[in-house]
Write a protein that binds this ligand. Structure first.
Ligand code: GAR
Length: 226
């Protein structure tokens, strides 16, 4: 659903750790580039550094500690209740490292997006950069996608590509991919807030009403979608 002009889209951001993608969203809002309001940042880890970033920006924070819930269903029910307290129109996963149950994913169908540091569908899951290097890939990147029941597997909206360089290790590659993540995540959230990107009932991504046959990229010169 398109947000009314001048009304910031209410979002909730889910994190598990450092929160550098969260910071890029906070910074884009502060720069006037992103018409959204972060109603809350929710972490499954009480020590997540991103909680301090949120507090510094005067954003409400909440911890739903997965270790307090022996059952995944109970954790997800508590998480869903916490998210819904803030009535977001979009839930943004920014380094949230828990697998979500189908019930929760269905509840937010078309209203939950994730960023993953690979060119999905390749290399979902953990230790992405080392696996890219071990596989001898010359190119990697980041993907922003709608969340579905398949972990790191929902329909892709946008990909940023990053060359693998001779001498790269997992850390150097992660750092260059992260730079691109910080560039593209606020852009996709802005498109969503402007009503330009949607998940249709058939499970296809639509951008400016057209079905995306493949994920968008951003032109490096103009920053326009291509
Ligand atoms: C990011 O690289 C993000 O793409 C990745 O975790 C990192 C979080 O960094 N997410 C996943 O791997 C999800 N499967 P951050 O906490 O500094 O934003």
């Amino acid at each position: 659903m398109a947000a009314a002009v001048n009304t910031p889209l209410p979002i909730v951001v889910l994190i598990s750790g450092r929160g550098s993608n969260l910071q890029s969203i906070i910074d884009a809002i502060a720069a006037g580039e992103l018409p959204v309001e972060i109603r809350a940042v929710i972490s499954n880890r009480p020590d997540a550094q991103g909680l301090q970033r949120a507090a510094r920006a005067s954003i409400a924070t909440r911890v739903v500690d997965h270790r307090q819930y022996p059952e995944r269903m109970a954790f997800d029910a508590a998480l869903q209740a916490a998210i819904d307290d803030y009535r977001p129109q979009l839930v943004v996963l920014a380094g949230f490292m828990r697998i979500l149950t189908p019930a929760l994913v269905q509840h937010y169908r078309g209203r939950m997006i994730n960023i993953h540091p690979s060119l999905l569908p390749e290399f979902p899951g953990l230790n992405t950069h080392q696996r890219v290097l071990d596989a001898g890939r010359k190119e990697t990147g980041a993907t922003i996608h709608f969340v579905t029941e398949e972990t790191d597997g929902g329909p892709a909206i946008l990909q940023a590509r990053v060359a693998v360089l001779t001498g790269d290790d997992a850390d150097s590659l992660a750092a260059r991919v992260l730079e691109q993540e910080h560039r593209v995540y606020p852009v996709v959230i802005r498109w969503y807030a402007e009503g330009r990107v949607q998940l249709d009932p058939q499970g296809q991504v639509r951008f400016d009403h057209d079905v995306l046959e493949r994920p968008l990229r951003l032109s490096s010169e103009s920053g326009a979608p291509c």
